[in-house]
Design a binder for this molecule. Structure first.
Ligand code: ADP
Ligand code: ZN
Length: 617
């Protein structure tokens, strides 16, 4: 510590010295300078241009300055140079013998220039060393301290009443709550108490919320930490954080530790390749420390670890062994009833217009999870406030939904030609969607630019659907092709506008062939890996080049035959297409009823239950 203060003081001194101006006094040329020469008080001068620096024999005080021997002055341009030089010579002043003030030496300027920086670096290195020497425990900056957020039971308002739509998961966790409340009951009967529960499910389905609710119901402290925070650049820090986290929790037992994004440290050692920065080592050390801590639990310690992941299948098997995360709770996206329940939870404190029908809203939000619905309610409340409503109305909710699903409107000026082209493109999607069996009903068609797209056609199913059949997938491909096909038919040429449509439909076709076994030529064999996973995962076999070529051919075959059908369909229904385009150009956005009416097509009577919503640009 003394050393550090000493270094800081030195630093201050050097910089103050480097910054303090030379006590060189600036004097007027006439009379002061000339008088001093005549008084024989000037020993030497040097000049650059008209500026003169020099030295007095005896210190001189000018103005309010300290007495000094160093001075500078400026020779006026009209002064007689010859006369001055005569005067200087006659008074015996050394001229430019050497610059009276040659500035700091090389070494001096080096120290003044870089000294402070060097000292700072030295200081930093010192601090780092001390932190490391302290074993990450209590060093000066405590790198290794767990950054877990501790939420006390008292200030923990989340209970099971705040969690809706995921009843199975909730049920499985009530047992954990009971255990935390009455551990002795279980121990007396010799039951092995679970140490770890793994919550797996898509982001935003409420895993964190559930863990908080468990702690809230049991009235125990809750320690929250994200596994990605464990992993830092400095090896060893993650492990010491884990140690610290478990220590804190044990001291506060009974307690809940919640580790979010467990896959950040727990991915299978076989699967993920090491990265160059050595992150692999760090991850492994952190993971091992978690395993060690869990193995070392006294069953009576009353600490339960909940962890969340959205990719349970890539986790290291070591994590899932008995005594570790041996309970698995899957948190599914909510169904229609679940969404309604979640909307109720989130509108509890929102004044709702009596006209608002949460059931209908739930029906029109398939695929949305708890976090999306919470966001929707929040957006609607903000919108209502901006519109000076005293209550949140149905329009506020549906406009917010549209904004969330379709993206915010963008202000761009389109030429009349571009608008017409966009209208045909979107109408093409919509007409194909209306006519193709298995396609989702068209909910909205718009030629108002949003985000990247110049227009949008939005389809959504009437109800949730948990399996996709081939007919539905083909219908999605056809709807995506509809925009481009309409442009081809009407304008004869092509634009770049259909790029995202093409990506979308190619992906569906590839998955049909390579993952879902829907091509007879390939058969029910997984030949392409799931998105974002390496080719080394179980199930996705390494494929031969011949198979790859076959996949490509099958994809092409599917898309080309769909394209031929779509073109024929649109030619046949050209009148419907033109009618829809006319209405779109007039009104810009059409909702479901208007769109079907404008196209003079019936709303598909046999309502298709589908799961995925699809939006095509
Ligand atoms: P996850 O951890 O699964 O990514 P979160 O628990 O962080 O999701 O959810 C984020 C927010 O979304 C929650 O704080 C809550 O407001 C809302 N939410 C998510 N799921 C639900 C649900 N089932 N019931 C009520 N609200 C939910
Ligand atoms: Zn499109």
């Amino acid at each position: 510590m003394v050393l550090i203060i000493g270094l800081l003081a030195l630093n201050l001194w050097i910089s103050s010295k480097a910054l303090s101006p030379n006590p060189r006094v600036r004097i007027p040329y006439s009379p002061t300078f000339l008088t001093q020469i005549k008084g024989q008080n000037v020993s030497e001068i040097s000049s650059t241009g008209d500026a003169i620096q020099g030295m007095f024999k005896n210190p001189v005080k000018y103005g309010g300055s300290e007495p000094t021997t160093l001075f500078s002055t400026q020779v006026p341009s009209f002064a007689d140079g010859a006369q001055l030089s005569n005067l200087l010579q006659s008074e015996g002043v050394t001229i430019d013998a050497n610059s009276p003030d040659s500035g700091p030496s090389f070494l001096e300027s080096l120290i003044f220039g870089f000294g402070p920086t060097l000292l700072l670096i030295a200081l930093f290195v010192l601090i780092m060393r001390r932190a490391a020497a302290a074993g990450g425990g209590g060093g000066l900056m405590s790198f290794g301290r767990s950054r877990a957020r501790r939420v006390e039971a008292a200030e923990q308002p989340v209970t099971f009443a705040d969690v809706a739509g995921i009843d199975e998961a909730k049920e499985e966790l009530t047992e954990i709550v009971d255990f935390l409340k009455n551990p002795d009951k279980y121990v007396a009967l010799g039951g092995r108490i679970p140490r770890g529960v793994l919550l797996s499910g898509a982001p935003g389905t409420g895993k964190t919320l559930l863990a908080r609710a468990v702690a809230g119901e049991a009235g125990v402290p809750f320690f929250l930490m994200s596994a990605s925070e464990f992993v830092e650049m400095i090896v060893g820090v993650g492990a010491s954080r884990v140690r610290d986290l478990f220590q804190q929790a044990k001291a506060a037992a009974p307690a809940i530790i919640f580790i979010d994004e467990l896959d950040a440290v727990g991915r299978s050692r076989a699967a993920g390749g090491a990265n160059i920065t050595g992150g692999h080592d760090e991850r492994e050390q952190t993971l091992n420390q978690i395993l060690t801590e869990m193995d070392g639990f006294d069953p009576r310690s009353g600490v339960i670890v909940l962890a969340a992941t959205n990719r349970a299948e890539i986790l290291d098997p070591a994590l899932l062994r008995p005594g570790r995360f041996d309970r698995r709770v899957s948190v599914q996206p909510p169904d229609r009833g679940g969404r309604e329940a979640i909307l109720r939870v989130h509108t509890r404190s929102v004044p709702l217009d009596p006209q608002v029908d949460l059931g209908a809203l739930a029906a029109s939000t398939p695929g949305m999870v708890g976090a999306d619905l919470a966001n929707l309610v929040n957006e609607a409340a903000l919108l209502a406030a901006r519109r000076n409503h005293t209550m949140v109305t149905r329009e506020d909710l549906s406009d917010s939904l549209e904004r969330i699903v379709l993206g915010a409107e963008r202000k761009v000026m389109l030429t009349e030609e571009d608008r017409r082209r966009t209208a045909y493109h979107e109408a093409g999607h919509a007409i194909v969607g209306m006519l193709t069996p298995g396609a989702d009903p068209v909910r909205k068609v718009s030629i108002i630019p949003r985000g990247q797209a110049l227009g949008v056609t939005f389809s959504a199913p009437d109800a949730d659907r948990f399996n996709l059949d081939q007919q539905h997938l083909l219908a999605q491909i056809k709807v995506a092709l509809g925009g481009r096909a309409a442009e081809e038919i009407v304008f004869g040429d092509l634009t770049t506008g259909a790029e995202s449509d093409i990506q979308h439909l190619t992906q569906i076709a590839r998955h049909m062939v390579g993952r879902w076994g829907m091509s007879r030529a390939i058969g029910p064999v997984a030949v392409i890996p799931r998105d974002g996973y390496g080719p080394l995962l179980p199930g996705a076999a390494e494929t031969s080049e011949a198979t790859q070529r076959l996949v490509d051919e099958e994809v092409r075959r599917i898309v080309e035959s769909a394209h031929a059908e779509v073109s024929a369909l649109l030619r046949e229904h050209r009148a419907n297409l033109d009618a829809l385009v006319a209405r779109l150009l007039d009104r810009e956005t059409l909702d479901e009823a208007d769109a079907y009416a404008a196209a003079a097509l019936p709303r598909n009577p046999e309502a298709q239950p589908e799961e995925l919503t699809s939006t095509v640009g």
